[in-house]
Design a protein around this ligand. Structure first.
Ligand SMILES: [Zn+2]
Ligand SMILES: [Zn+2]
Length: 381
């Protein structure tokens, strides 16, 4: 029979946490804190966490974009220092999680409890065979990291200790840059499997337990928008809106300027809006079905008219936009067209598009107002 606890995983996870809990207060009492230790620790936390998010997760597990050899090499080396197994094993478990989310075949289903999804599943260390990663097994760099991940991780993880030795502050960097850093890396990643399946909203789908949680996003390099991610796992973004914190996406966008990463996969904005709208409508209909017809009927009629206006506005906008794209393509082929004529046409089309955009905005406002009215009526019904 398989033992309940995996000795290495259990002792490593609990041992590093215990060491951090004991060593950090002692260090603070006897040594205080200096800015260089904090800077090295936070840089390591950010670099390794970003490597998990951009590398292990979005690149290797989901193939959400393409990366050049140096980027893949750096992501694999930094990712190894997370001590969360190799990219290959991580991707295999993670693809299983997406394929079988919330079932017994999910390696970390939330229905077995918050702490099970957080870290007990790692400590149990069930022998889940590699599966669904044939593409990664063909990648020599991924396989090199798979064979050597512990050694590579150790070299990277010991960088702060080397800085400590060079600067005469061995203990300070050992505690903050190594021990505390490992604990922070582990538990920020684990929060996605636990908290992002337990707390937050489900704006795009309620077919699984994944939640969007804006509070988690800065702690997890943008991975907190987990409802979006489970809906469109192949999208290189997790926080798709400009106001959502997704530092991994921002770094990838910056790298794209240099040509080191490319081929970003994105779900179209219209599909995001449609999913959000469908969920809002579904939630309202569920609440309406519980109230009396006298209350429900006028509210339903108001919602239906706001929805029809929005559908109409979105369809006209899309139609106009497609026509504009076709017009641009047509002008490109007519190289002899006079520039001033083109400028006038462009201004005319842009004006028409802006008018359609305004109507879409107004229709959204109307939909939001209808939702708010419905909620208010239902709250007092
Ligand atoms: Zn998940
Ligand atoms: Zn994922």
């Amino acid at each position: 029979m398989q033992p309940r606890w995996h000795p290495l995983n259990t002792s490593f996870l609990t041992g590093t946490l215990l060491l951090a809990v004991v060593a950090l207060p002692l260090k603070l009492v006897y040594q205080g804190l200096n800015w260089s230790e904090v800077l090295v620790c936070l840089t390591m936390v950010f670099a390794i966490g970003t490597a998990i998010s951009a590398g292990y997760h979005r690149l290797f597990a989901h193939k959400a974009y393409k990366a050049s050899l140096p980027v893949r090499f750096i992501l694999l080396c930094l990712g190894a220092a997370s001590f969360e197994n190799s990219a290959l094993k991580w991707a295999s478990d993670h693809r299983l999680h997406h394929r079988h989310v919330d079932t017994d075949l999910d390696p970390y289903p939330i229905n077995k409890g918050f702490w099970h999804a957080h870290w007990i599943w790692v400590m149990e260390g069930k022998d889940i065979p590699l599966q669904g990663v044939a593409d990664l097994e063909k990648d020599p760099l991924v396989m090199w990291q798979h064979r050597n991940h512990f050694k590579i991780g150790a070299v990277v993880a010991l960088i702060p200790v080397a800085i400590g030795l060079a600067t005469g502050n061995f203990w300070g960097h050992l505690v903050l840059g190594l021990i505390v850093r490992i604990v922070l890396t582990h538990h920020t990643t684990f929060l996605i499997n636990s908290a992002a399946h337990a707390f937050g909203s489900r704006p795009y789908t309620d077919a699984n337990s994944a939640r969007d949680n804006w509070l988690l996003a800065p702690l997890t390099y943008g991975e907190g928008y987990h409802n979006f991610h489970h809906m469109w796992q192949w999208d290189y973004r997790n926080g798709a809106q400009w106001y959502q914190w997704d530092s991994t996406k921002w770094i990838l966008n910056a790298l794209a300027w240099t040509g080191l990463v490319s081929h970003f996969r994105r779900v179209p904005g219209a599909a995001i809006r449609r999913a959000r709208l469908a969920m809002e409508e579904k939630q309202l209909k569920e609440r309406l079905s519980l109230s009396s017809p006298g209350v429900a009927l006028p509210v339903a009629a108001r919602l239906a008219s706001a929805r029809a206006r929005l559908d109409q506005a979105l369809a006209s906008f899309q139609e106009r936009r497609d026509a504009w794209d076709a017009k641009k393509a047509e002008w490109k082929t007519q190289r002899s067209a006079r520039a001033d004529q083109w400028r006038a046409t462009r201004a005319e089309w842009k004006g028409a598009l802006a008018a359609h955009r305004e109507e879409v905005k107004a229709a959204w406002r109307d939909w939001r107002a209808a939702r708010l009215e419905a909620r208010q009526v239902l709250a007092y019904a």
